[in-house]
Write a new protein. Structure first.
Length: 109
């Protein structure tokens, strides 16, 4: 997740995502780039499917520059979109309680 610009999610037990951009990747390779805002409908900016080897480490990357948002899986571009809903904010990692490990986390300005 990136450009999380509000922690209002904690005011509503029904909110699933914080206000910001979310790159969701499922174990079967289906992915989706979302824009979420508190008490508004989540918007899908892009979606698709990629090959994931669940027996190997995979590299996810989410890049922001101005209004451009790019998502990569193992160095291969998944999507590049322009959206100005969230101009700044924090980052986060999240799972749905699956068996997931994170390593070599990097955040660069």
């Amino acid at each position: 997740m990136g450009r999380i610009d509000s922690a209002d999610i904690f005011q509503d037990d029904k909110a699933l995502l914080p206000s910001g951009y979310v790159l969701s990747v499922k174990p079967d390779g289906h992915w989706e780039l979302l824009s979420a805002e508190f008490q508004k409908k989540t918007v899908s900016l892009a979606a698709g499917s990629a090959t994931i080897d669940r027996g190997q480490w995979n590299n996810l990357e989410l890049r922001f520059q101005g209004t451009r948002i790019e998502a990569f899986l193992n160095g291969i571009a998944l999507t590049a979109v322009n959206d100005s809903t969230h101009g700044h904010g924090m980052f986060a990692l999240s799972t749905k309680w699956d068996h997931v490990q994170f390593d070599n986390l990097s955040v660069t300005p």
